[in-house]
Design a protein around this ligand. Structure first.
Ligand code: ADP
Ligand code: TZD
Length: 594
């Protein structure tokens, strides 16, 4: 079939497909029943559910599926590696509440996409990984098919749900199940297996048409129980030092006004987790980010809104939390999240919008936090901000993370609509605290896994969905994981500015090989690499900058032009710390003998 469909004209190609299936059917059935097939039904079912974009990488058996998607008016964004297509789909899902779609070939393509699927599930992003798969009867008997793999079972541990569609008449139902599983309750990654033979299966066109439908209320509201709200209000009433903690579940929920009201009407200070930054502007007077350690240790009641007490929050206990258990209120859509690390005094199960709306109805009965608590926070904030400003105002040569990020901070302040993608170790940790965000769902980073490699995938997904510029703030190591997607960025002419914080290595560039051998140390890269020149190879724009002024200038020019750009920002190679702020997670050797 692939050979028969080589034409590039969509209409012509469509006709060829129909003719192909018709010819086939003429041999089977005497009457001239119009036929449709698996290819068409998959696209029809996605379109029936308002899915307008597929991120993927073509090959047997899904090339024609991608062609048909384009011919039918969908956008197909082709990548150079499936992991990045999957990451683009995942971030698109997070931004829109519609599952992002990633399309891959069998076995290796599927496995490349699986990393992104697992990452989406871990971060609670809705996405669907659709992979073609090889012939079932050969795969199941392990007879050595082309790209043979039991993909459905491989996907299961990493996906929220996994399905295979075997019959053309089940395609609409299969797609509906995948959509519902991805977006309802706690969102996550769903795997949908499409065997090659399904795509070529034909059924009467009318029967196919009748099978199509639109999923109704795919992510139903979940209203919290009244007694759960009462418990939460009671905890707040008895709190002396309350704190609200906003996570990316709150950002995902798109209940921005309700959350603003909750914060402002309660008067309670809040902390945003990294991807919740901008849900309220980071310069909001109640934002306690600049006094983070202080409020976590001192608060006596903490309301978690779409945030998990995982490693990013020191599991809710220990030194970070002042070595004593707090009273936690936890708003979450997933009941099993409650008590995962510490006992939760007031679980509130439901979607963020509904839960916060219910709490707001009674918030007037909660006394405002004491002036003592607010003043203590403000004092800490002022001190820390002054200290940070002093560090930021220095102009070391070569640049360090701080002086480079000062330049980016100012550009983002002047352009609050830009999306930010951020990964690396030091580059991530410093950017998170230095670069303020002003609008919701504009910061996308290494997330729950602390993963490297999301950079270009998230940047492409964010640019395609928002049609607004993206600044990707990338450690040089982090950038390398998805660097080849620069070609994708140029091919689709996306307004993505990638700033590579180039300090010649992982964390920094100064380690030496203790043997004196010619191999460099494990953390070290080629010195003084020019990532900007890579971009020029694909027709994009490259800048090499060594001062904050040059960086500002390059950013402003790139934003004005909207052209795909890489800025190679030369950073002092001694500036980074091992693993950034996670140095303590590196196990220490206890050997007594070398
Ligand atoms: P962060 O990393 O920002 O702390 P997490 O990813 O750890 O955030 O937590 C997000 C939480 O939000 C998850 O426990 C998830 O179940 C929850 N969540 C996701 N969407 C919703 C929603 N619409 N309503 C309520 N909770 C949600
Ligand atoms: N592989 C994957 C997929 N994820 C990871 N997190 C790592 C490896 C380990 N790792 C980190 O945790 S940060 C990092 C790696 C390789 C890169 C740090 O170097 P960088 O950033 O150049 O990107 P800085 O700013 O120089 O520290």
């Amino acid at each position: 079939m692939e050979a028969m469909l080589k034409t590039t004209n969509p209409t012509e190609r469509d006709n060829v497909m129909l003719t192909a299936t018709k010819e086939h059917s003429a041999n089977v059935a005497a009457e001239e029943t119009p036929l449709t097939d698996g290819f068409h039904l998959v696209i029809d079912a996605l379109k029936a559910n308002d899915i307008d974009t597929i991120f993927g990488l073509v090959g047997i058996p899904i090339t024609d599926l991608a062609r048909l998607a384009q011919a039918e008016g969908m956008r197909f964004i082709g990548f150079r590696h499936e992991q990045h297509a999957g990451n683009a789909a995942a971030i698109a899902g997070y931004m829109t509440q519609k599952p992002g779609i990633c399309l891959t070939v069998s076995a290796p393509g599927f496995l490349n996409g699986l990393t992104a699927l697992a990452n989406a599930t871990t971060n609670c992003f809705p996405m669907i990984l659709i992979s073609g798969s090889s012939e079932r009867e050969i795969v199941d008997l392990q007879q050595g098919d082309y790209e043979e793999m039991d993909q459905l079972n491989a996907a299961k541990p990493y996906a929220k749900a996994s399905y295979r569609i075997n019959k053309a008449e089940d395609i609409a139902i299969g797609v509906a199940r995948a959509i519902r599983a991805a977006v309802s309750g706690r969102p996550g990654g769903v795997y949908l297996d499409l065997p090659a033979q399904l795509l070529g299966q034909s059924i009467p066109a009318q029967k196919g048409q009748e099978s199509l439908f639109r999923v109704i209320d795919a992510a139903p509201k979940q209203i919290p129980a009244p007694d759960a709200i009462k418990r939460a209000i009671d905890v707040l009433k008895n709190a002396k030092r309350p704190l609200i903690l906003l996570g990316k579940g709150a950002a995902y929920a798109q209940a921005d006004q309700e959350i603003k009201d909750l914060v402002e009407k309660s008067g309670i200070p809040y902390l945003p987790m990294s991807m919740a930054k901008g849900l309220l502007p980071d310069n909001h007077p109640q934002c306690a980010s600049a006094a983070r350690s202080f409020v976590l240790a001192e608060a006596d009641a903490v309301m978690l809104v779409g945030a998990r007490l995982n490693w990013l929050l020191a599991h809710g206990k220990g030194k970070t939390w002042g070595n004593h258990l707090k009273k936690f209120i936890q708003i979450d859509i997933a009941p099993t999240e409650i008590d995962s690390n510490v006992p939760i005094a007031a679980p509130v199960i439901g979607d963020v919008g509904s839960c916060v709306t219910e709490i707001l109805k009674q918030i007037a009965s909660v006394p405002k936090p004491s002036a003592e608590w607010i003043n203590a926070i403000n004092e800490k904030k002022e001190k820390n901000i002054a200290k940070m400003e002093e560090t930021l105002s220095k102009n070391p040569s070569p640049m360090n993370f701080h002086s480079a990020l000062r330049a980016i901070r100012e550009v983002v302040k002047a352009n609050p609509d830009v999306n930010i993608v951020n990964e690396g170790a030091n580059t991530l940790d410093y950017a998170r605290s230095i670069v303020n965000m002003y609008k919701p769902r504009k910061r996308f980073d290494s997330g729950t896994w602390g993963i490297m490699g999301i950079g270009m995938g998230y940047a492409i997904g964010a640019a395609v969905v928002s049609k607004l510029p993206v600044i990707a703030i990338e450690g040089d190591s982090a950038f390398g994981f998805s660097g080849m997607e620069l070609e994708t960025i140029c091919r689709y002419n996306l307004p993505i500015i990638t700033v590579v914080f180039n300090n010649n290595g992982v964390y920094r560039g100064t380690d030496v090989n203790p043997t004196g051998g010619s191999d460099v140390a494990p953390t070290v890269f080629v010195k003084n690499a020019r990532y900007d020149i890579m971009m020029e190879a694909f027709g994009g724009v490259g800048y090499n900058v060594t001062t904050p002024e040059e960086l500002t200038d390059a950013l402003n020019k790139s934003l004005a032009s909207g052209k795909p750009t890489v800025i190679n920002a030369v950073i002092d190679e001694t500036a980074g710390t091992e693993s950034g702020r996670l140095t303590n997670l590196n196990p220490a050797s206890t050997a007594t003998k070398k």
